[in-house]
Write a protein that binds this ligand. Sequence first.
Ligand code: KIV
Length: 277
Amino acid sequence: MSYIDPSNPSLVSPLTISHFQKMRVSGEKITVLTAYDSSFAALFDQAGIEIILVGDSLGNVIQGHKSTIPVTINDVAYHTSCVARAIYRAFLISDMPFASYGDATQATKNAAQLMQAGAHMIKLEGGLRLVPIISHLVDQGIPVCAHLGLTPQSVNTLGGFKVQGKSQESADLMLSDAIALEKSGAQMLVLEAIPSALGKKITETLKIPTIGIGAGPDCSGQVLVMHDALGAFPGRQPKFVKNFLTPTGSIDKAIKLYIDEVKAGTFPAIEHCFKSA
Ligand code: KIV
């Protein structure tokens, strides 16, 4: 089934943040994939993916860097415009890259560039320090998705790509950061590489949707990097990754299987999840 009539794609109703809020309340899982170009974005949109993320993971999967740190605002804006041209129904979130939101003024200028390239919401990595920046962005009509847990832009301060929030103390800190980010006006929260129990606790505490990647099955939705979901990234795979292409044999069927498993709550399975210490 296609969600879009190819003869008249403009008839489709674009998804909005209030749709995701309703899904959070009803318990219907939200499906998210990254995309960086028009062709894949159109395929995902037609298959029914609800949110497309132009992640700064493009540094790894498109540019071949070892981390997301070299990615610039112009890189994300370029890929955002490629994706924005192709989609009719999906909601489009774009990542603010490393060191592009040091203060409210810099964040506004860079977020505006992404919104003008076609993003519907921007995503920022970090906790309490972002509270005044998020309030400032939201005041200016820029919707914000926050990102806690393993925040890859901080790989050098975290000492590697490690699971976060395993101890009781770090879990409590992440929960209080999540509450503060929600209060500051963030309307969505990505949780990456944390114990499933903490993903559940944060999801149950907040009123905004949570989108998990290695954060257990109880988040309001799930996200994967498209190259991981399609088995197209040659590097080492984190535990939370599942290749949906091998069992299905076509990109179209792989995306549909991803959607079905997220909606049914069967992805992520226990083998994709982390435990507390
Ligand atoms: O950059 C990205 O693709 C992301 C997701 C992995 C959540 O931030």
